[in-house]
Design a protein around this ligand. Structure first.
Ligand code: GLN
Length: 559
């Protein structure tokens, strides 16, 4: 089948949930058996999202090939169940970088290099290449930002040209807008949508369908009105009203016929989609067998999307355990002082990835409480590093052990930079990024969770600078820390770079240098997350049967 392209634009306001709409349509096409991929276009000038603040823009997602991308790429991976590449997040910065480099090499001969055609050609080349890379039958292309933005114009022009080049039956334009509901007059206001469609038409794109976002379901009268002024048939005005969960969106849109619409316009065979996994997820989320309360001890974040993949991985793990996971953010700075008893009230404690010294001592204390009071603990990246620091200080007798990221003068730099390893990596930059193998030691919690194949290795994605210092590994192991995962092929690094640590005799205490949340899927929850929630649910069940006295926190004693 020849590749077909579905272009998604947005209007009225940003943060409309365009990514979810795009991903949901992708899920519906995947559920029909098509090979689907997705491209996120970000019209900003940053080359990638790696340098952007997650507390403003949402998390930096990491792909297998080490790309630091917009979080929508993570949403696509989860909804489409595909592994995408750094090249699937196209930015203005990348496009111009390529065009300018080419110009410097003299590849444009004597031409004047211009937005049209040179920049638009490069955009189209990247979009087509994404389809080829994934050998996709259907390519979803989401243009970030809103129509009318100056910076998105070259992208809109490029996708306009693509209909001309690829043909009508191989391209589809979907426009996502907002339909505000005015409480005072009790009505949906269609005017912003009208203006947005007019703006899109102004750059030469007539949408084939609209997805209108709204707080509550939109009545037929509003659809008919929108249809009149937008030249889109009323049945092709789809309504994504606020759902109780994002996993309910694919089916919501399917019920309104978006799948059949796509088949009709792109000349695809009629296929009944297999939506079982989505329906089952929504069913568990609405009527769980149990609740599990997890404390996530980290920096206080007002931006919920700053840890999007982490939240989704916890949700996947909850669904697999037929549980709702109630995630409560506990500010690490608050945990740094005072009584910690309240933390053992949770069913599990998670310390997520992070950068910078803020709240570190609180995270160390949280790891200690989990270790001493048998509370299930999952440490992700920084969360593993603080678990090692805590163990080094309290158990291995390495006073004032620390990471050189937080204390350059620590007498025991148990977490440190690995200059040689970074130099030998061909991934560039100063971080260990993307997918790395982890050799799993037999007879460990890690082995039980991952059940690796005969070669004993699994892969997870990384994004960090610091490592457990190999020189300290023997002393930590002597004191009882179990190094259950290492990076293979790191000869001359003692046992290898530490990928995972755990404690024998603890119900669940696991730290991972990688970020397994990035690869968690509804259809395949991440093993460490699944195990963590299982252990936390067991603790919840046990405590319900025999409520224990709340132990006081480890405020006293050596540290
Ligand atoms: N700041 C730590 C490092 O760079 C951990 C990073 C992370 O948690 N992603 O190694």
């Amino acid at each position: 089948m020849e590749t077909r392209y579905i272009f998604i634009t947005g209007g009225v306001v940003s943060s409309l949930g365009k990514g979810i709409s795009t991903a949901s349509l992708g899920a519906l096409l995947r559920a029909r058996g098509y090979r689907v991929t997705a491209v996120k276009i970000d019209p900003y000038i940053n080359v990638d999202a790696g340098t952007m603040r997650p507390y403003e823009h949402g998390e930096v997602f990491v792909t297998d090939d080490g790309g630091e991308t917009d979080l929508d790429v993570g949403t696509y991976e989860r909804f489409l169940d595909v592994d995408l590449s750094r090249a699937d997040n196209v930015t203005t910065g990348q496009v111009y970088q390529t065009v300018i480099e080419r110009e410097r090499r003299g590849e444009y001969l004597s031409q004047t290099v211009q937005v049209i055609p040179h920049v638009t050609d490069e955009i189209k080349r990247r979009v087509r290449e994404a389809g080829e890379r994934a050998q996709a039958e259907l390519v979803l292309v989401e243009v970030g930002g809103t129509v009318g933005d100056i910076e998105s114009l070259p992208f809109l022009e490029a996708i306009r040209q693509m209909r001309f080049e690829e043909g009508r039956d191989r391209t589809l334009y979907l426009h996502v807008t907002l339909l505000p509901f005015l409480g005072t007059s009790e009505e949906f206001k269609t005017k912003p949508t009208q203006h947005s469609v007019a703006t899109l038409r102004g750059v030469g794109i007539q949408p084939d369908a609209l997805i209108v976002r709204s707080e509550r379901p939109v009545p037929d009268a509003s659809r008919r009105k929108i249809s009149l002024f937008s030249n889109v048939e009323a049945r092709d005005v789809f309504n994504a009203y606020n759902a109780d969960d994002v996993y309910a969106v694919p089916e919501m849109l399917e019920q309104q016929g978006i799948g059949r619409f796509t088949e009709r316009l792109l000349g695809l065979d009629k296929v009944l989609p297999e939506l079982h996994v989505w329906q089952e997820a929504v069913r568990v989320l609405r009527a769980p067998d149990r609740r599990v309360r997890i404390a996530v001890v980290g920096k206080y974040v007002a931006m919920p999307d700053a840890y999007l993949s982490l939240n989704e991985a916890l949700k996947h793990a909850g669904i697999a355990n037929r549980a709702t996971v109630e995630v409560e953010w506990v500010s690490a700075e608050e945990v740094a002082e005072g009584d910690l008893g309240f933390l053992s009230d949770y069913d599990g404690i998670l310390v997520p990835g992070g950068f910078g010294v803020r709240g570190i001592e609180g995270k160390v204390r949280a790891a200690r409480l989990a270790r001493e009071h048998d509370v299930p603990y999952l440490g992700i990246c920084l969360g593993m590093q603080v678990a090692v620091i805590e163990f080094a200080r309290s158990v291995a007798g390495l006073d004032a052990a620390n990471s050189t990221e937080f204390d350059p003068y620590t007498p025991h730099p148990v977490i440190d930079l690995m200059p040689e390893q970074l130099e030998s990596s061909d991934l560039g930059g100063t971080m260990r990024l993307g997918s790395w193998p982890m050799r799993v030691r037999d007879d460990t919690l890690l082995a039980r969770l991952y059940r690796p194949g005969p070669d004993g290795t699994v892969h997870e994605r990384h994004r960090h600078r610091y490592e457990v210092a190999p020189d300290y590994v023997p002393r930590l192991e002597e004191a009882g820390l179990v190094i259950s995962g290492v990076t293979p092929g790191m000869e001359g690094r003692g046992a290898g770079l530490v990928e995972a640590v755990e404690l024998a005799g603890h119900p669940f205490f696991l730290g991972l240098q990688s970020h397994p949340e990035f690869t968690s899927r509804l259809m395949r929850p991440s093993p460490p997350f699944r195990g963590f929630i299982e252990a936390s649910a067991a603790r919840a069940d046990a405590r319900r049967e025999a409520p224990a006295a709340i132990p006081s926190g480890p405020g006293s004693g050596a540290s």
